[in-house]
Design a protein around this ligand. Sequence first.
Ligand code: PGA
Length: 248
Amino acid sequence: MRIPFIAGNWKMNMTCQSGIKLVEAISEGMGDTDVEVAVCCPATLLHSIHDALKHTDIKLGAQNMHWEDSGAFTGEISADMLKEAGVSYVILGHSERRQIFGETDDQIHMKLKKAFQKLLTPILCIGETLEEREAERMNEVLETQLQKNTETVTPEEAAKMVVAYEPIWAIGTGKTATPDQAAEAIGLIRKWLSSKYGDTISEQIRILYGGSVKPENTTEIMESEDIDGALVGGASLKAEDFIGIINF
Ligand code: PGA
């Protein structure tokens, strides 16, 4: 049985003060839930948010990390640094990292391996652009990302990861994939995972949908058997919206 998972991706938003207020409001408002919840905040907020989350069930996530343990990598953050800050999850390969910062599939693969080695749970993001979808290349694009990003990932490691299907045309645009579109892509992802790792492992991997998730569309999205939760950007910055999504 896969436990539903709702993760907020704050991106480059919030300060320590506003972030603490937000998580306090979320933990107060969400009540008892069977859904696992995480907030992925900017690196400088991690320690403060970790403290603020101490007496809650909300987990802490980061938005990126480097694949090396340490060294001359100005501006980068290592897995050990994230561990020290109390991080459980790390988003890897977000489309903004891929598109704006030129992250490659090979780099994402190395990051994934490092996360497993350091016992951090990666949330691997994959997704197609509008042009790729319109050219009917979605399957090929998702399969290539999966194949390259998980190249040397073992079945034991794969069982622990979270995959987020985030069609790039739906991120921050207000355009959500229809439940059928999300279910089709996520079904395809699970099928691919099962062909590489077998049914037992693929049935354990949680696959989230991301892209303009709001309280109003969460129930519909979560109806599909293959969709285990959501990676939420914009709507994770408002307590009321995020709580609405958690309590879909
Ligand atoms: P959005 O972002 O919910 O604002 O579309 C999702 C994401 O980028 O993870």
